[in-house]
Design a protein around this ligand. Structure first.
Ligand code: IPE
Ligand code: IPE
Ligand code: MG
Length: 247
């Protein structure tokens, strides 16, 4: 894919990647390597998010989705779960207005009902305030699990069929996509996982069906906009066939 200068006078480049999704992994190991508590790694990881968000528009990325907390992460100690929720709440509260001033629209995907009601209210307020922004669409996956999201979408389809709003014959890809948390959003082109693990851990199974994957050995708190730029430059050399034959 050709690398072209963006029309915006950002001084940036466009690698042809519209939507990047990131599994931010390795915070615990980063802290452990230094003999520090895991939560220190999570705090450092949160700081990294800000830098990546800021770098995205200049790299031609219009959509960024990050995996912050999975439906499986409740299995961790109460101390870690509460600590993560606290970091998340403080982080979005502190950063939302600054991001909004830079044209970032913030949205959250995942099942919200299990989250603290005050956190849910904070999230809803930020989504409303940043809704007019268009420079970067930034989604944070919190209490997100791909199977849980699909289960909820299938239940909605079943309800709509039972109540006569949906013909069973009309349950196609579009009908399912429209009932996911990501309804109306483009699918990710590229999914990056840090920390050397090569699994997807229940992240966007439907949406990333045709995404390219990149597995980086870097632990998330060490991941930089420069590394993201290198990954994107490499992505430009990939040939995406979507099931078609090589011409
Ligand atoms: C990723 O880092 C953050 C979350 C899953 C919340 P980890 O906490 O999984 O870090 P490792 O994998 O233990 O190093
Ligand atoms: C995936 O990382 C979830 C997030 C990054 C939020 P995990 O560390 O929880 O995944 P596993 O347990 O290694 O599969
Ligand atoms: Mg991990």
């Amino acid at each position: 894919m050709a690398v072209t200068q963006t029309p915006e006078a950002t001084g940036g480049v466009d690698y042809g990647v519209n939507h990047v999704a990131i599994i931010m992994d390795g915070n615990g190991r980063w802290a452990k390597n230094r003999g520090w508590p895991r939560l220190v790694g999570h705090r450092r990881g949160a700081e990294r998010v800000k830098e990546i968000v800021r770098a995205c528009p200049e790299l031609g990325i219009r959509w960024l989705t990050v995996y912050a907390f999975s439906t499986e992460n409740w299995k961790r100690s109460t101390e870690e779960v509460l600590g993560l929720m606290g970091i998340f709440a403080r982080y979005i509260e502190k950063e939302a207005d600054g991001m909004s001033a830079e044209g970032v629209r913030l949205r959250f995907i995942g099942a919200r009902e299990r989250l603290d009601p005050r956190l849910q209210a904070l999230m809803a307020g930020i989504e409303e305030r940043t809704a007019p922004n268009t420079r970067l669409n930034f989604n944070v996956a919190i209490n997100y699990g791909g199977r849980d999201e699909l289960r909820r979408a299938f239940a909605r389809c079943a309800r709509d069929v039972a109540e006569g709003r949906l013909d069973p014959e009309a349950v196609n890809d579009a009908a399912i996509s429209a009932r996911l948390d990501t309804a109306g959003m483009p699918d990710p082109d590229l999914v990056i996982r840090t920390s050397g693990e090569t699994r997807t851990s229940n992240f966007l199974p439907w949406q990333a069906a045709y995404a390219e994957y990149e597995f980086s050995p870097t632990l998330w708190p060490d991941f930089t906009p420069e590394e993201l730029g290198r990954i994107l430059a490499n992505f430009g050399c990939r040939e995406r066939r979507f099931g078609g034959a090589k011409p």
